[in-house]
Design a protein around this ligand. Structure first.
Ligand SMILES: NC(=O)CCC(=O)C(=O)O
Length: 270
């Protein structure tokens, strides 16, 4: 199986429209890949908090349109990263809510799944107060593998990944806008999630600097044994890797640690 991770540059020098066109064209260039991945909030930048409401889109907005077409033109499964989604107001409320929502398209350009980021970053600021939280882990069946999705800060929460594995995930796809300041956590956690879940990890970040936050880049693909198959540098690039989805089953058979899980442990006694 061939995956291409598009580590696109996100900065204020380029308009959102221009970046959207460029992303679509980069996706088209990946014809021949099975799966293409874009990062988190690549229209605005994950740290450009003031732009979230300005650039928020309905689910089927301009990014959806451009990515659905790019996926079908290239004939690839496309995890189109995430958008600031403006949901329709709930009944009885005048206010709409923003979500950090991932869009996954099939090779015919159909929407196969959406995922609203569960763990919002910022503690009491930024995304944590500007966006609503998702509450539903999501997996998507591709012909060769079952993909479990998570977004950026989610990477720090192993219990989400366990729920994805329990739902059958073999390949964990994680779009992100991870900052350079914590790059060591990014690569360490990507490998940890791969080793503990005996799954492939495809983690796609952004390049560039937006809202004064230099991005780590260093998109990474890790195999179920924790070996790094490919790692990008800090600048914009497409990281392409071939991997064997069957290795998940063989790793889990040959080193069956997942079978030794003890569930429902009591709280420690004081
Ligand atoms: N956009 C994010 O979720 C950033 C996460 C981050 O910076 C961190 O976990 O560290």
């Amino acid at each position: 199986m061939r995956a291409s991770l598009i580590q696109i540059r996100v900065d204020e020098q380029e308009s959102v429209d221009s970046r959207r066109r460029r992303a679509a064209s980069l996706v088209r260039e990946q014809a021949g890949a099975d799966l293409v991945v874009l990062p988190e909030l690549w229209t605005t930048g994950a740290f450009a908090y003031e732009q979230f409401a300005v650039e928020a889109e309905p689910l089927e907005g301009p990014t959806y349109e451009a990515m659905a077409k790019a996926a079908s033109d290239a004939g690839v499964w496309l995890h189109a990263g995430s958008i600031p989604e403006r949901s329709a107001p709930d009944s009885g409320s005048a206010a709409s809510t923003l979500y950090n929502t991932s869009l996954i398209f099939s090779p015919s350009g159909e929407l196969a799944a959406t995922y609203r980021k569960i763990h919002r970053f910022g503690f009491d600021e930024g995304e944590a107060v500007l966006m609503g939280a998702g509450d539903r882990p999501v997996t998507v069946r591709l012909p060769e593998t079952t993909v479990g999705v998570a977004t950026c800060y989610d990477l720090r929460f192993p219990e989400l990944f366990r729920s994805l594995v329990d739902a059958g995930a073999e390949t964990l796809v994680i779009p992100a806008g991870w900052p350079e300041r914590r790059r060591s956590h990014w690569t360490l956690l990507a490998r940890a999630r791969a080793v503990e879940n005996q799954a492939y990890v495809l983690a796609c970040g952004t390049a560039g600097t937006h809202a004064g936050v230099p991005q780590a880049g260093h998109s990474i693909v890790v195999d179920p044994w924790g070996e790094v198959l490919a790692e990008a540098g800090p600048e914009e690039e497409v990281l392409t890797v071939d991997f064997d989805p069957a290795k998940v089953a063989t790793t889990r058979e040959q080193f069956p640690a997942l079978k030794d899980r003890v569930l429902g442990l009591e709280r420690p006694r004081r």
